[in-house]
Design a protein around this ligand. Sequence first.
Ligand SMILES: NC(=O)c1ccc[n+]([C@@H]2O[C@H](COP(=O)([O-])OP(=O)(O)OC[C@H]3O[C@@H](n4cnc5c(N)ncnc54)[C@H](O)[C@@H]3O)[C@@H](O)[C@H]2O)c1
Length: 332
Amino acid sequence: MDLRGKRILVVGGAGLIGSHIVDELVKTDVGEIVVFDNFSRGTMDNLAGALKDPRVTIFPQGGDVLHEDILDRAMAGIDGVFHLAALWLLHCHEYPASAFEVNVRGTFAVIQACIRHKVKRVVYSSSASVYGNAVAIPMTEDHPYNNFTFYGATKIAGEHMFKSLGSQHGLSWVGLRYMNVYGPRQDYKGAYIAVMMKILDNLDLGKQPVVYGDGSQQYDFIYVGDVARANVCAMTSEATGHCYNVGRGIGTSIRELSELLLHLTGSELPLRYEPAGQTFVTNRIGCPEAAARDLGFRWTVDLEEGMRRLIDWRKNDQEAVNRKRRAASLPV
Ligand SMILES: NC(=O)c1ccc[n+]([C@@H]2O[C@H](COP(=O)([O-])OP(=O)(O)OC[C@H]3O[C@@H](n4cnc5c(N)ncnc54)[C@H](O)[C@@H]3O)[C@@H](O)[C@H]2O)c1
């Protein structure tokens, strides 16, 4: 879809990835960007820059996907929808009934509203969690659903609701399976990336950084600005009815990640290893080729540059970081 003059709804637009999508859209000649979010995890801090652009507004009547009449009103006259609203992995683990409501029923409500309002294009945030632990590396989109988490189950349900209702009603959609997304505005709640914030917190206090387990767990870390670009590529591409990996295709162990943070902050403190707590997935690297071929998306920010940007954001926006600490019940 050509973005020129279009009206875009970003459902879950106040969150980490959603707010970066809004920033990315502001750089285009899009007509209007409406954020629909209940702020259960998203924040006004995340949107502070984007809201300076008069094309960006927050839907004033409400922002919960489960309030279907309000969602329906927000969808009127909308050309394109990014759907990111969801409860996160650990929350889904602890509260599966709520996860079912938001991630499954909420996604169903978004799809139905899109169909009713003849939305031209939808980009759905799925997750690499649908794959579970890798049975083959790098994981292509054909990798089996080796998932054992309820969060992953809700994302599989979302993909299949898009697939079935999309083909039944001619809805043009693409799903994106993000690997591990990190960068400025990240908080302390992510199952795999909170470690970055905790290590940097420790280093700020001159304390030894802690690695849980032996640090050999490997993930495919991708910078949030690249993920936002992947979303815009997906919105403007011709591809439809498929899900694509969004990652770099490069594995980094938690030990390597921690050592990189020590190097970038100039710390000589040794890492401290402690027994692993609950781990869901320990090995996950996604093949980025299909997204490059069909969506024209290629990552640009490597891990070292991305970590520098994360460190700079923490330095330059300490108030926002402190609010994220408070939201996670951490001392400030
Ligand atoms: N961050 C990652 O590494 C990652 C990886 C894979 C998939 N994803 C998926 O990408 C999407 C965005 O992730 P994120 O990291 O930006 O998460 P996030 O929690 O920062 O963003 C989700 C947003 O949805 C909002 N929200 C939650 N419940 C809602 C509801 N009932 N109605 C309306 N809004 C609601 C939250 O307030 C938040 O702003 C999510 O669907 C997530 O599952 C993220």
